[in-house]
Write a protein that binds this ligand. Structure first.
Ligand code: DGL
Length: 257
């Protein structure tokens, strides 16, 4: 098979990366996708660095063995822990990671107060610290670790009282001053965007990195002449390390809402 016809490989610690997959499909509908969710080992965000590096490398290897022509690391945690290493290991394929969308939030309103919701691991890494320092003169950037939030999405819980209670308590520590924007720095969180909006109020702008990541993958595929020339809508194959019927149903559901 010609290389350009092969699927784009996408992975996350679970179902969260489907928020990025949605953007990829929107921008490149004629591509085929293979999505790997490592729900069996989720969450990554509360593990140690070495564990996340090893799981991330295994995921990339798995996708390449399954014929992926390029890789999207649709997980902020895996990107912050391992993307530099992956770029050294795989120099001949388009490989794109995701990072918290601080730049668009800063550009949206100068001098604003921005809350960055992400996993404890993402916020601890040097990659995030550098990103934050780059913009700290233009905005008040407040990191907000959200351990436990991705688990709601993994269970398919996208709204309801339990989630509202979690979010109310989460924002307790940052709600004393006006919030201008929220950055969803974990790919699971766009699925609870409505609940987050309800918790912080309708005048708060919410950003995520999915669109920018998809745009960058498209640019890299064009550059490498690997964009699929088909004019038929592509297919998505889901594989999950907890390969149950329910898990795969949740993947299909999240892709289509
Ligand atoms: N979806 C992942 C991210 O973007 C992380 C969730 C986790 O495994 O803790 O960071």
């Amino acid at each position: 098979m010609e290389k350009y016809k092969k699927p784009i490989g996408v992975f996350d610690s679970g179902v969260g990366g489907i928020s990025v997959l949605k953007e990829l499909v929107k921008q490149m509908p004629y591509e085929d996708y293979i999505y790997f969710g490592d729900s069996e080992h989720a969450p990554y965000g509360t593990k140690n660095l070495e564990e996340v590096k090893e799981l991330t490398v295994n995921n990339v290897r798995f996708l390449l063995e399954n014929g992926a022509k390029s890789i999207v690391v649709a997980c902020n945690t895996a990107t912050s822990a391992a993307v530099a290493m992956l770029r050294k290991m795989y120099t001949d394929i388009p490989l794109v990671g995701i990072e918290p969308a601080i730049k668009p939030a800063v550009l949206n309103k100068n001098g604003s107060r921005i809350i960055v919701m992400a996993t404890p691991m993402t916020l601890r890494q040097e990659k995030f610290q550098k990103l934050m320092h780059k913009y700290e003169n233009m905005a008040d950037i407040v990191p907000l670790p959200c351990p436990g939030l991705m688990e709601f999405v993994e269970r398919g819980v996208l709204n309801g009282r339990e989630l509202d209670k979690y979010l109310t308590e989460l924002f307790w520590s940052v709600n004393h001053k006006k919030i201008d924007s929220i950055v969803l720095g974990c790919t699971h969180y766009p699925f609870v965007r409505a609940a987050v909006q309800k918790a912080v109020g309708s005048d708060v702008a919410i950003f995520d990195g999915g669109e920018g990541t998809a745009r960058e993958m498209k640019r890299r595929l064009v550059e490498a002449k690997l964009l699929n020339k088909s004019s038929e809508k592509g297919k998505t194959r889901f594989i999950n390390s907890r390969n149950t019927e329910d898990e795969l149903k949740l993947c299909e559901y999240l892709l289509n809402i």
